[in-house]
Design a binder for this molecule. Structure first.
Ligand code: NDP
Ligand code: GDR
Length: 327
């Protein structure tokens, strides 16, 4: 039975990846940071019905000694580094914490693997945010980076450290440059989930209005369940490499709202207000990924359309709010 160590297991991708690995017969060990709210922190794993099937171990990406201990103890065959301060907007408020966790944290984990388990395969959760102010209309592995937030700068450090540890120490280290991916388990602060939660509240009479920031930005959105497949596939290759994972379709926040409100029989123009306070100091206006390399080499392709994804999210938020109203 292969062993996988997953950091960020309590997050959206960690939960779906753990579900995938368990289905494939892995022993799944999740690194969890100590929290005073440990009763709710496993909520996503519980939602998927796998909380009791994973082993959770206390540690922190910022604490190298905890990482070395965990890697020594668990002897993973595969290490997936998904932990991060992942909310772009928060990275302007907490730029150095974002650097500590998202950049240096990845460096810590690479060090732990190099020291304690160099034969393990390593996955780094890199991001389309690294393309930032885009240098090409469609972004591929060859497109130059231009980060536009402290988060993106931190991810760039982690990405290049992954490449460097592969080239310097021969680690089987791969970097997945994933475009936005969403699900009913998406954090409530991200725009897709904020919109689907808002639709549910408005539909059920719990709210009338939804405040958003820049409605013109466009994103290449896929389903998280499809994207964790790509992470796993990268580590099954003989040779480590970097891959863009994306759908190849980009949609504005306005059109996202049209689809989500439309699914509930509502008109977004009656409810959505754009407020300057939610605009970012520097915006990533457009992202559109070219995932031809992953499609050819990994045999990967997204299965869920944006309409299907949004419908699933709206239905899940309606069900959550109905359950709360009944309680
Ligand atoms: P989430 O924000 O849902 O999850 C982040 C995870 O990191 C949580 O489990 C969180 O724990 C954990 N974490 C945060 N700080 C620390 C720390 N100091 N030590 C240990 N764990 C920590 O992110 P997603 O699941 O959406 O994304 C997974 C990864 O992929 C992230 O690195 C993200 O930046 C990256 N990414 C995501 C994309 C997306 O569209 N979702 C696209 C491209 C990249 P806790 O529960 O305690 O907060
Ligand atoms: P992003 O996701 O920054 O792309 O990072 P987010 O959903 O936060 O923003 C997407 C776009 O929507 C615009 N927007 C709003 N965003 C939020 N959160 N809230 C609003 O009210 C709002 N109104 C408009 C934003 O300005 C932006 O243009 C996500 C994260 O998962 C990262 O960790 C990951 O690396 C990237 O995706 C790929």
């Amino acid at each position: 039975m292969p062993t996988a160590l997953v950091t960020g297991i309590t997050g959206q991708d960690g939960a779906y990846l753990a579900q995938l690995l368990l289905a494939k017969g892995y022993r799944v060990v999740g690194l969890m940071r100590r929290s005073a709210s440990s009763d709710v922190i496993g909520e996503r794993l519980r939602w998927l019905g796998i909380l009791d099937a994973v082993e959770l171990t206390d540690g922190n990406l910022t604490d190298l000694s905890s990482l070395i201990r965990i890697v020594q103890d668990t002897k993973p065959d595969e290490v997936f580094n998904l932990a991060a301060q992942s909310f772009v907007a928060a990275s302007w408020q907490q730029p150095l914490l974002t650097g500590n966790v998202t950049a240096l944290g990845a460096g810590n984990l690479l060090e732990a693997v190099r020291i304690a388990r160099p034969e393990a395969r390593f996955y780094q959760a890199s991001s389309s945010e690294m393309f930032g102010k885009i240098q090409e209309p469609m972004q591929s592995e060859r497109t130059p980076f231009y980060p536009r937030s402290p988060y993106a700068v931190a991810k760039l450090y982690a990405h290049w450290m992954t490449v460097n540890y592969r080239e310097s120490f021969g680690l089987h280290a791969s970097s997945g440059i994933l475009f936005n991916h969403e699900s009913p388990l998406r954090g409530i602060e991200f725009v897709t989930r904020k919109v689907t939660d808002g639709v549910a509240r408005i539909k059920l009479g719990l709210a009338k209005q939804l405040q958003l920031g820049n409605m013109h930005a466009t994103r290449d959105w896929g389903h998280a369940r499809d994207y964790v497949q790509a992470m796993w596939l990268m580590l099954q290759q003989d040779v480590p490499d970097d891959y863009v994972i994306a759908t190849g379709r980009t949609t504005s926040i306005t059109d996202l709202c049209r689809i989500a409100f439309g699914h509930a029989g509502l008109n977004y123009e009656d409810h959505v207000v754009s407020t300057a306070a939610l605009h970012r100091p520097a915006e990533v206006e457009v992202l559109l990924g070219d995932s031809s390399k992953a499609r050819q080499k990994l045999g990967w392709a997204p299965l869920v359309s944006l309409e299907e994804l949004v419908a699933e999210m709206v239905e899940a938020d309606l069900a959550r709010h109905r359950a709360r109203m009944r309680a």
